[in-house]
Each structure stands twice: as structure tokens, then as C-alpha cells.
Design a protein around this ligand. Structure first.
Ligand code: ZN
Length: 369
């Protein structure tokens, strides 16, 4: 993974308290900061800090004609970090990265307090009219340590039985495609698919309401198993959260950029689903069903594909995330999240602007500017 020259410059500048922006070197990157302009992304960090004043067992529509609990409190990883905090940090970094590409990002909840029933969050996603929604979670398999079960998976909804036709269509088409792209990006990012749920990082379920209630394509990411020491270490560390955020941002950008390899992957993903119903369908996976076969995603994955626009978008995600990772290493994750939420990381034209926007507040914070 290449290091952004600007991230290095920024780091050097911050640590030396003598940050100077060279006038020309950023232009080489020349990746548009509005590649995702006009796109809306809905991010739903799972669970919430507190359910005070709310009844989590209130029965709400489960999307399949039944009911289920309005919400759950989520897991706590081995090191003591609650799921709601992990998912919030990751979602915020994803938000910051996507905003740098010009996307509008709508969050389901804030850092603290209550975040709404699953039905409320689905309503919010639907109202946002997002091009894609991503629910961010982490799993748990034991109250104690589980050294066996590990890895990420994407939950994809069983389509049969979804009562909202619009939701069923959204998840059948874009939802499946986006989930498979995200799975491929996760794998290409060095994460291991779950060895205990689903198949090849995809787990089809008929008891998860969110996707079944959401009328825009939704990806449901279970980033890892908080009961597993290896997974927990990544989930609970700032560096690890940034790594998850980068994979999610790349997955979203790949889906939204839609061209080149991403478009092919999306088409393949949809073909996988219809192939079983079409005699003579050329897909090697025809009949493989929603969870796909081992050949699914072969060919090196979608990252690094040949689409010009996609390459540009992914380069920019790379640069932005390099910068974010440097900022985390300098001042910690809370400082980065504060910058993102204070609007100090405004939409800018290119990495040069980004570096400038980021450096000022950081230096001021450090008392060196
Ligand atoms: Zn969860």
C-alpha cells in the first residue's frame, strides 16, 4: 500500500510544527474531490450507548410479516469495548472518507444516547433516499474467549417472505451486488471470511429485520468476532478500526463508482442470483444460490480493476485514509473524529486542500500554530 506523499508531509509538518504546503506536489494526484458528488450514503452504526427511557423489547415489524424486539444492546469485545462504540468510530471514519469524495452521508445515530429501533433506522434510511446503506456491526460467540471462531461476514437477507416489495427489490438487486463487492474488498484488504457462519463471507438470514425493511440497497457488515482474541484486537484498536473503515469506504466507493471491474462484479453478483433460475445460464455458479461458491469473486477481486473512474476514486480513498491513519497516529482517533464532526474536514478540491484543512486545526490544537 503506497504511502501518500501528503500524509507523510503532513505528519512531518505536524511533528516538526513547521508545516508548509508545497505549491505544486499535490497536483500530481489530481483525483477529483467530487467523484461521488450527488451520491448519498446512509451509515448505521449498530446499537447505541444507552436505551434509557426506551423499551428494547417493544415488538416491531420484522420485515417478514412478524415482529421482533425493537433493538438489542450489542456485544462487548474481549478488551471491554462495547459494540456501539466500535461501530460508531468505524462509521465516522467512513463518513469522513466519503465526504472527501463529495458524497452526502446520513448517519442513523450520534455517538451517545439512544439510536432508534431497527424500524426507526430503516425508516431513516428510506427517507434519506440513499444510493446505498451500510449497517455496521461486530459479532460475538461467547461471553468469554473464543479462540476458534473468527472472521468477518456480510449478512444478506433471505428474499422470500419480505413483505415490502420495494425492499425486496432493493436487496435482490443492489443489495446483493453491494454485499458481494464489500465481501470481496474485505477479503482483498486482508480480512478473513468467517469460519463459523455462512459461506465465503456471506450469510443469508431470514431473521434480520434491517435489510428486509430497507428500501435502498443495504450492506450488513459483521466486521469480526469480538469474542476472538485476534478479531477483538483489531476491532478495539484505533488502527484496526481505521482498517475496517477503509475496507468499508472502498467497498462503498467501488459499488457507487459502478464502472469497470466494479460494474462487472455487480453484474456478476446479480447474475449469480438469477443464474439458478435460467437454464443455460453461463455462470459457473448457476445454482450456487445466494451464498455463492468458491469461484465467486475469483480473478483478483474488484479492487485494482481497470475502470478509469474507479481507479481514480480508489486512489483518492487511499490518500484520504492514509491521511486519517497518520492523524490517528499523531493525535488519536478522538481527535480525528472531532475534526470530522466539527466540519473542519470540509469538501475540498484535492488532497492539497485536505492536508491544509487538516493541518490548521491540528496545529492549533497542539498549540503550535
Ligand atoms: Zn450488532
Amino acid at each position: 500500500m503506497k504511502r501518500s506523499a501528503f500524509a507523510s508531509l503532513l505528519l512531518a509538518g505536524v511533528t516538526a510544527a513547521a508545516f508548509v504546503v508545497p505549491a505544486t506536489s499535490a497536483a500530481a494526484d489530481d483525483v477529483s474531490g467530487d467523484a461521488l458528488a450527488g451520491k448519498t450514503v446512509f451509515l448505521d452504526p449498530g446499537h447505541q450507548e444507552s436505551a434509557a427511557g426506551h423499551d428494547m423489547s417493544k415488538q416491531v415489524d420484522d420485515g417478514y410479516g412478524g415482529t421482533k424486539n425493537c433493538q438489542t444492546s450489542g456485544m462487548t469485545a474481549l478488551g471491554g469495548t462495547p459494540e456501539y462504540a466500535i461501530t460508531y468510530n468505524v462509521a465516522e471514519i467512513v463518513k469522513g472518507a466519503l465526504q472527501q469524495l463529495g458524497a452526502d452521508v446520513v448517519m442513523s445515530r450520534g455517538a451517545t444516547g439512544w439510536g432508534g429501533c431497527i424500524t426507526d433506522r430503516a425508516d431513516k434510511a428510506n427517507e434519506s433516499g440513499a444510493d446505498v446503506a451500510v449497517s455496521i456491526h461486530a459479532d460475538s460467540t461467547s461471553a468469554g474467549t473464543d479462540t476458534t471462531n473468527h472472521g468477518f461476514h456480510m449478512i444478506i437477507p433471505k428474499l422470500d417472505g419480505i413483505t415490502d416489495a420495494k425492499a425486496e427489490k432493493a436487496q435482490a438487486d443492489g443489495g446483493r451486488a453491494a454485499s458481494k463487492i464489500m465481501r470481496d474488498v474485505y477479503r482483498d484488504s486482508g480480512f478473513t471470511p468467517s469460519n463459523y457462519l455462512g459461506r465465503d463471507g456471506l450469510d443469508e438470514r431470514g431473521d434480520v429485520a434491517g435489510p428486509a425493511l430497507t428500501e435502498v440497497p443495504l450492506v450488513f457488515v459483521e466486521m469480526g468476532n469480538g469474542s476472538n482474541p485476534g478479531d477483538a484486537k483489531v476491532l478495539e484498536s484505533a488502527d484496526g478500526q481505521a482498517k475496517h473503515a477503509k475496507a468499508i469506504a472502498v467497498g462503498i466507493a467501488t459499488y457507487l463508482a459502478g464502472g469497470g471491474a466494479a460494474g462487472a462484479a455487480a453484474e456478476d453478483a446479480v447474475a449469480d442470483e438469477s443464474g439458478a433460475d435460467e437454464p443455460g445460464g453461463g455462470s459457473p455458479e448457476a445454482g450456487g444460490g445466494a451464498t455463492g461458491g468458491t469461484a465467486d469473486g475469483a480473478g483478483g477481486g474488484v479492487v485494482g480493476g481497470d475502470g478509469g473512474m474507479l481507479d481514480g476514486v480508489l486512489d483518492r480513498v487511499d490518500d484520504v485514509m492514509d491521511l486519517f491513519e497518520q492523524l490517528i497516529s499523531v493525535n488519536g482517533i478522538d481527535s480525528l473524529l472531532a475534526l470530522i464532526n466539527d466540519g473542519n474536514i470540509a469538501k475540498v478540491e484535492g488532497i492539497l486542500g485536505t492536508a491544509t484543512d487538516l493541518a490548521g486545526p491540528l496545529l492549533a490544537e497542539a498549540g503550535t500554530a
